[in-house]
Every structure is written in C-alpha cells, then in structure tokens.
Design a protein around this ligand. Structure first.
Ligand code: 5GP
Ligand code: MN
Length: 338
C-alpha cells in the first residue's frame, strides 16, 4: 500500500460532507466488517454516512456492531459526494445504481489481485490479508487528526474481517502483519472464541442438511488433482436454505488429500451458474476466473457464467484440467444432483 494514498484517502474523507460506503454483491465477512468499521469511525467523528449494499448480510454476521443500520437496496439514499467501495475493484461489482445527477468521487479500498484500479483514489494492497487490514491502517491514520479513537465495536469488525479472510488464520495470507494487527485488535477486548462461535459454530440445522446434499455430488479428476461439487436450486427448496448457506462448501472438495484445485458450482437459474474456486498449490485460480469474466485472489476466486450447470461445469473442469496437466473426467462420472 502506498503511504501517500493513505494520506490522500484520509484528506478526502475528512473533507467530505456526505459519504456512502458499500461492498461487493453477495457480501462476505471482510466486505461487511470493513465497511462497518469505517462507518462506525466516521459516525464517531460526526460525518453524515450510510452503508448501502445490494444484498443482505448473511445471518452469520448479524452480531457485528452497526449491522442493523445497513440499507439493503440497489438505490442508495441521499446524494453522496463520496462513495467508498470496499473489498472489490469498483462500483460495477457492488450492483448499486447511482442516480445520474450524482457525481460523487469514488475511493476503492481493496486487496484483490484482479483490481483494475477503477476508483479515483485506490487504496490497494494485494498482499494485505483482508480489506480490514487496510481499513485498520486508515483508521489509525485518521486517529492522528481526530478526537475519535478506535474502540471495541470497531476492533470487533476489523478482527472479524481478518479472521474470516484468513480462514481463521489458516491460509497463506496469515502474514506477520495480519497476526500483528489481529493481536492489536484483540487488545481492545475481543474474545476470539466468541467471534469463532458466531461465525462458524452457530449454523442453522438446515445448513448441514444442504451440506449433506452437496457431499453427494462430489467428484474427483482421474489423477486426483482437482475435485468439485454442485448445488442446484432444488437443494435450497428441499432444505429451506438460501445461497448464503453455501458459504464454505467449496472447502470440502479442497480438503481431499492430493487435490490442488476445488470448484464449487451453484445453479442460479437455468441459464446462470456461480463458480467458486479454491487452490492450495501453485495454481492461480484468479487467472482462471479472470478468463471467465470474474476475479479474486491466487488461492480463492470466482465468477458467474452463462449456460446450464452441465455446460458450465464441462467448460470449467476442462480449463482446470489443463492448468493442472490432469484430465477431464468422463462425462458420465460427472454427477448432476437433483
Ligand atoms: P467466493 O468464491 O467466496 O465467492 O469468492 C472468492 C474470491 O473471489 C473473493 O475474494 C471474491 O471477491 C472473488 N470473486 C468471487 N466471484 C467473483 C466475481 O464474479 N468477480 C470478481 N471480480 N471476483 C469474484
Ligand atoms: Mn476480502
């Protein structure tokens, strides 16, 4: 991250009158926590600030301070002179419709590898474990010029951002910097078990039923280097779940010994499929996702593709097989659940 950008973002924030904060569609722990941390701090310094997301907050993040104040809408209220986009490359990924007469400045705060630098000011660091790390630095920078200080609710959000994006401090982005910041955040009174319990140990029963159906669909390539699984719309209907309950399912095929790339396919409708990819080796899944119109990180990426589940799965598995010098599985061995 460029120190100069940190100062520029701070200056613009402190000068702005009305601020809108948002994150990507289907928001995750890092996106929601980062925007809430910034929201809570800006409110403390007396700014007119709102958080608007296109999609609702998943239940597992309902414990975050300020979460009830998030507007869920495609159309943000008011007439902001500044928009802050967190945890993605720009306004396009937020799904928001900004009314024509508004001409706000856009600041992007992000840690993705596939960021096109769409903001007027971009606070980017793809080595940061989470966008929450960048927000931590920004708040610490603003503390120097403001009477308001970081506090427990803000620290809880930022800890959750880093905790979720590092897979509970398991992934390779668990850097010394990530741990150092997490350590400082814990000193504000965070109880690590409370966060873990809220995020990972409070699942609805129906989520496990959905997981059971997902596990039935698992497939593995001939050389065992990649594996996959799918969810179709009927799975949601039969179990009474929604797409947010698929969070983490891709970790099951990834957890198989020898598997380097895991792919999760979720049927959105008869013509669109959401794809999540994870790698645990050298393969850069962000590069594969980017070729398919999406993006992400080296080890975690995604995209949305047009086509039936069967067509999309065939195409994606062929690309993954090529990148791993593995083979495409026989058509018949690719189970379609439901
Ligand atoms: P997930 O598989 O959990 O949806 O996403 C994994 C990572 O890839 C996240 O960092 C997410 O932001 C990114 N990602 C997922 N889907 C898309 C997409 O359609 N476009 C882009 N640019 N990034 C995506
Ligand atoms: Mn993130």
């Amino acid at each position: 991250m460029k120190k100069g950008n940190l100062n520029r973002v701070k200056e613009v924030l402190l000068k702005s009158r009305s601020i809108l904060i948002t994150t990507h569609v289907n928001p995750d722990g890092d996106g929601i926590s980062s925007e809430l941390a910034l929201y809570l701090f800006l409110k403390k310094i007396g700014k007119e600030v709102v958080v608007t997301n296109r999609d609702p907050v998943p239940e597992m993040f309902a414990f975050l301070p300020g979460v009830d104040e998030i507007h869920v809408s495609e159309q943000p209220p008011g007439n902001p002179d500044l928009i802050i986009v967190t945890d993605c490359g720009g306004l396009e990924r937020t799904g928001l419709k900004i009314p024509e007469p508004c001409n706000p400045k856009v600041i992007v705060i992000d840690h993705h590898l596939t960021n096109d630098q769409n903001g007027e000011i971009n606070l980017l660091d793809h080595e940061a474990s989470a966008t929450g790390e960048l927000v931590y630095h920004l708040i610490k920078e603003m503390e120097k010029d403001c009477p308001a200080k970081m506090d427990y609710p803000i620290a809880l959000c930022l800890y959750t951002a880093i905790f979720t994006d590092t897979g509970s401090f398991r992934y390779s982005n668990t850097t010394p910097e990530a741990l150092a910041i997490a350590s400082k955040l814990v000193s504000y009174g965070i109880n690590s078990w409370t966060v873990a319990e809220q995020v990972y140990e409070s699942k609805p029963y129906a989520t496990l039923k959905l997981t059971g159906r997902f596990l039935q669909t698992l497939g593995i390539s001939p050389k065992g280097r990649f594996a996959w699984g799918s969810i179709v719309k009927e799975d949601f209907q039969k179990t009474g779940t929604r797409e947010e309950h698929t969070d983490g399912l891709v970790n099951y095929p990834r957890s198989i010994r020898g598997v380097e790339v895991a792919v999760f396919f979720r049927e959105m409708d008869s013509e669109q499929v959401k794809i999540s990819m994870r790698s645990k080796g050298e393969v850069n899944v962000a590069a594969i996702a980017e070729k398919l119109g999406g993006g992400g990180h080296h080890n975690a990426a995604g995209c949305i593709m047009k086509g039936s589940l069967k067509e999309v799965r065939k195409k994606v598995l062929r690309m993954v097989a090529e990148s791993l010098q593995d083979e495409v599985p026989e058509e018949d061995s690719v189970e379609v659940c439901g």
